[in-house]
Design a protein around this ligand. Sequence first.
Ligand SMILES: Nc1ncnc2c1ncn2[C@@H]1O[C@H](COP(=O)(O)OP(=O)(O)OP(=O)(O)O)[C@@H](O)[C@H]1O
Ligand SMILES: [Mg+2]
Length: 317
Amino acid sequence: MLKVDNLITNFDTDDGQLRAVDGISISVAPGQFVGIVGESGSGKSVTAHSIMGLLPKTARCSGSVKWNGNELLGGTEAQWRHIRGKEIGLIFQNAQAALNPVFTIGSQMIETILLHHGGTKGDAANRAIELLRQVNLTDPEARMSQYPHECSLGMCQRIMIAITLAMEPRLLIADEPTASLDVTVQAQIMRLIKGLQTQYGMGVLMISHDLGLVAQTCDRVCIMYLGKIVEEGTPEQLFRTPKHPYTQALIAAIPSADPSAKNESIPLKGEVPSPFHLPKGCRFSTRCPMVMDQCKQHEPELEEWAQGRRVACLLDR
Ligand SMILES: Nc1ncnc2c1ncn2[C@@H]1O[C@H](COP(=O)(O)OP(=O)(O)OP(=O)(O)O)[C@@H](O)[C@H]1O
Ligand SMILES: [Mg+2]
């Protein structure tokens, strides 16, 4: 079980300190499928990397990241290595870059399996082929002797998933596992992760900028804006009664399955403010179609609005 409490991640940069994650709390229970959704730059990847202890030296974290009750923040590299892969697996945003270009798919998989499970090379090769088949790769035997550059983006993403699953993690953090893939492959990979989650009972933390995609598979969704969670609930709750104007805008931006349907809602206007110059009060106030005077003065807290629902907005108070 993952429990993140009031996580803050700052970077020292040449232009001063940048707060990429600003006090987020999130938990994932075994077998639970949780999504984090937000636009580019909202701090999704930094959140994932903070949880995994994979930040550069310029980063500073505070708050708490607990894995089965044990605090991970401030741990040693050896402690992290024990958790990474085996306990918590991470699928990176760019799988092709995460695969080693000089080794074949087979040797990378066999190495991972031997490292985590031991056994003979032959057994590991059989397991690798079985995993490649599970992620729906055609002709997995032939794939084993191929190099990452010989595989398409969609294939690399599946291979990455297979390698991650070879470690049988109890929690999978998937950072935009389907970005840059076409819609059909996206849906296949989401179904695949969902299937494996059910089969292995693992928890999943799915990161995406695509609310429509995430809503189909997640039990809970956290909407992130400029380093903060602004709303949280089940997909049904968010779609039926979105409380935060940002959530409403994200829902309105989802293309309708029916092309003749007219979208009357106001689209998201304006640029995301620079994290170096956050607006006073609510950080969404510069783009909010429902902004009030008080929003420019007070930053709303993320408060429990109903059972399992959290919202950070001054409207309806
Ligand atoms: N190593 C770093 N040094 C300084 N700032 C960073 C670093 N990594 C990320 N940031 C900044 O932190 C903020 C959050 O970045 P992050 O990569 O988490 O966004 P994201 O939500 O994953 O976006 P995307 O959808 O584009 O992947 C951004 O303003 C980004 O510029
Ligand atoms: Mg990212």
